[in-house]
Design a protein. Structure first.
Length: 495
């Protein structure tokens, strides 16, 4: 689905043959910075040999230009490898008079989509297949006059790796279960204005499932991002915030017998008027499914953020106003690493907020808008700069451990190793909890993991311990380090 400044929305069909089966479904290929190519590397506040790795993509062909006002339906080439996109339909009325399309996305229901115009109004798009092809109908269910919507994202399965301990049949079963989940059938849509977070479900009818107050500085737009995996189809998580505050909320399915009434739970002492809400998502008499919304964490920082993306089960990427990229632990709120990406010259979307019918508040906040410049694919982050497309990827767990140890963060590195051992010993667990700390790739074998940990203990940990200054030794921390090493040694099984 493509939106144009004229207010037109075009829906395309991309054939499966365009995607190469050998290219992999979880990896975007790029060119890693070579040591002799440092002139093109963005300057960083610290070395990129930790949790994050910078890659610049090879874009060696000029994309074909597409007219903003196509006069007829047809096919258009979008690639030089023989792939074609077929134009299915065009929607011209999903915006207010004089406004452009700011955001658009499909929902978990394939026939439903949503879009937001530059006036802050939200439209539901319903696609139906007729004798002469597909047609789209638009309905405005939220007017920008009640509060301009400036951020939107529909719930969808993340492209990150599913649990690698499942074979292809089990993975198909997981995806089938996810498609049958109430989260999938509800077509959840997260919206954010300057003052509120609103979660709307479009099926079986349009209704507000949850809302809460969202405060922040007037010069910054709100940000939000979903995380939903096929490993846990009945639980989704949304990270949202505005300015310097980040919130993590869980959305889950709650079963209830038909005889039990559905009530709303409110926290009187909470800063949010509706921070825990339970709503019946289906009016069927035999349905006992509800959606529960629970605020898990809130973090406050010194800097203001422009955008936020999930890249793994418990890690987020946030970009601040100085164009610094932070790797954030979504459970503890700890900043694990920082990279300066100011030399990328992040492409801003401020042109969307310069139309005459835009409010002054939205125009001021839209100066730093970058909702179309950053996107996540699994554990990789794509960033659109002024001169190129950049890829930020997570390093492997053992490279992260070595990085921490070389920075003298001994206890944190040992915690990573202990978490990796715990995750490899729980391969038979099928229920995934949000509080699990899975830091190692699931396709690791036990013997490979044990050998890598023994090598790290011998080459890195012993070196750190031997280089400690006796005058600065902290016996309490030394005791905890020894206990961690002992636990790790006990968890390693002998061949």
């Amino acid at each position: 689905m493509t939106a144009y400044s004229s207010g037109r929305i075009a829906v395309w069909q991309i054939p499966a043959s365009v995607l190469s089966e050998k290219s992999g479904q979880d990896t975007i290929m790029g060119r890693q910075y070579a040591p002799d190519d440092e002139s093109d590397i963005p300057e960083t506040s610290q070395r990129n040999d930790g949790g994050l790795n910078s890659i610049q993509l090879n874009c060696n062909y000029a994309p074909q230009e597409v007219s903003l006002t196509p006069k007829k339906r047809g096919s258009v080439s979008f690639s030089n490898n023989g792939g074609y996109g077929r134009l299915l339909c065009i929607v011209d009325d999903a915006h207010g008079v004089g406004h452009s399309i700011g955001l658009c996305c499909f929902t978990t229901v394939s026939s439903l989509a949503a879009c937001v115009d530059t006036g802050g109004s939200v439209f539901q798009l319903k696609f139906t297949q007729g004798l002469v092809g597909m047609k789209g109908e638009s309905i405005c269910f939220f007017s920008g006059s009640h509060g301009e919507i400036c951020a939107m994202e529909a719930l969808g399965l993340n492209a990150s790796k599913t649990n690698g301990h499942f074979d292809s049949k089990q993975l198909d079963d997981q995806l089938k279960e996810a498609k049958q989940s109430i989260l999938n059938s509800s077509a959840l849509l997260a919206l954010a204005s300057f003052t509120k977070l609103i979660i709307v479900q479009l099926r079986p009818r349009v209704q507000v499932s949850h809302w809460q107050v969202l405060k922040g500085p007037p010069a910054f737009l709100p940000f939000l991002n979903w995380y939903w995996s096929a490993d846990s189809p009945d639980n989704a998580f949304i990270a949202f915030g505005r300015g310097s505050v980040v919130y993590i909320m869980q959305v889950s399915k709650i079963s209830q017998s038909d005889n039990t009434s559905v009530t709303s739970l409110r926290l009187n002492d909470s800063p949010f008027p509706d921070s825990s809400t339970l709503l019946r998502s289906n009016t069927s008499k035999n349905s006992g499914n509800r959606l529960g919304f629970r605020l898990l964490y809130s973090f406050s920082f010194e800097q203001n953020f422009l955008n936020l993306k999930w890249i793994s089960f418990n890690q987020l990427i946030v970009v601040n106003e100085c164009e610094q990229l932070h790797l954030l632990n979504s459970i503890t709120g700890e900043m694990l690493e920082t990279i300066d990406i100011s030399n990328i010259h992040l492409r801003l979307n401020s042109d969307l907020f310069k139309f005459p019918k835009i409010s002054e508040a939205l125009a001021v906040a839209g100066v730093r808008a970058c909702m179309h410049s950053i996107t996540a694919y699994g554990s990789q982050l794509l960033i659109l700069g002024e001169t190129g497309l950049y890829l930020i990827a997570l390093r492997t767990w053992n490279e992260s451990v070595i990085f921490l140890l070389r920075r003298k963060q001994l206890q944190l590195g040992l915690n990573y190793m202990e978490a990796a051992l715990k995750s490899i010993t729980s391969v038979n667990q099928t229920n995934v909890s949000y509080f699990s700390n899975e830091t190692v790739d699931n396709d690791y074998s036990e013997s490979l993991l044990y050998n890598q940990i023994l090598t790290i203990l011998h080459d890195e940990v012993l070196h750190v311990l031997s280089s400690q200054n006796d005058e600065n030794d902290n016996w309490i921390s030394a005791s905890s380090v020894i206990e961690s090493i002992f636990r790790i040694a006990c968890m390693i099984k002998k061949p």
